[in-house]
Write a protein that binds this ligand. Sequence first.
Ligand code: F6R
Ligand code: MG
Ligand code: MG
Length: 387
Amino acid sequence: MKTTLSVIKADVGGMVGHSSIHHDLVHCAEDALESAKKSGLLADYRVQWVGDDIGLVMTHHKGEENEDIHRLAWETFEACTKEAERLHLYGAGQDLLAESFSGNVRGAGPGVAEMEFEERPSEPMLVFLADKTSPGAWNLPAYRIFADPFNSPGLVIDQAMAGGFSFEILDVKKNKMISLNAPEESYRILAFIGAVETYVIKRIRRRADGAITAVMSTDKLSLMAGKYVGKDDPAMIIWCQPGIPAGGEATNPFAFPHLVPGGMRGSHIGPPMPGSVEESNPSRFDGPPRVICAGYQIADGQLVGPLDIFRDPGFDQARKTAGKVADYMRHHGPFEPHRLPPDQMEYTTLPQIQEEVADRWVDGDGLTKEALDAQHAFQAKKKVDLE
Ligand code: F6R
Ligand code: MG
Ligand code: MG
């Protein structure tokens, strides 16, 4: 019988502001999932959190995108929202963007990552959750895990990995998918996934047998709601060992706090700090963006764990680097590249400010449109002549 690991994540109320969660919400979610386990819907569950997000980690035998599982997640978040309202927590129900459940939580606000697999005798799984960033934050570490032999020696010395991995990449703006194969299409993969707000890795498969080895949530709240309604704090599941990345190959990229979008008002770039769950309360400038990793062994559908993977002195240096990078970026104040470029600020509250002075713009003394058109026509003709 196949097992499915479903990770469904939402911010339904912050404590204090957007820093963290209140433990009553965790207990509320645990009560709901415990009933579902007793009823036989779930095999097992854990309630995780990072910053102001709750992550429902659930095992079951119903496959991906199952309506009963999604309804359970939705109703659990609704119950947690009531609790958040009772405590007057900040932004109660923030990520629930639909009036009611309609068959699937995807597109309704919560982030979803699900993986169905045939259990092996021992099944190590890593569940990553991040706060104050967006799904493209996984692009760089995922590439390094599954395509960079300088990170993952298994790509060089493990026969089962040597055939490479295929990357399913989603264009979140056009809702189109492409599948590209590493290693031979590595440069093409990078051509897309380097643009983290547009192209996000959705799934990674081992090419030898098509097995899914990583799944990411790709839900972007601003694109669903059409405006800034909080960040798209993502989840990622990585299936580990052997013949796929070792646990340590999957965690090593997080020793480098690469810059990611999504901090402070969804408008700033900052370094994701790998940290313990207990310390995942991003409170300095609503950051730095935070990433936690919950490690599980899965045994007959039961979740053994979690191990708080980043509660390891091996990541102290990364935390220090993230702190230093946060200082450096903060010195830019409202300037790019700390602040996101204009096209990505469209979904923030900035356009309202710009609108207030919209009628005060007058023609500038730069080139007129006619002059520019003439210049472009000349350049095009010159190119044709040269050819
Ligand atoms: C939340 C986030 C925060 C908020 C900021 C303003 O995920 O990134 O930086 O955007 O605290 O929050 P509001 O607009 O709710 O006052
Ligand atoms: Mg929040
Ligand atoms: Mg959050």
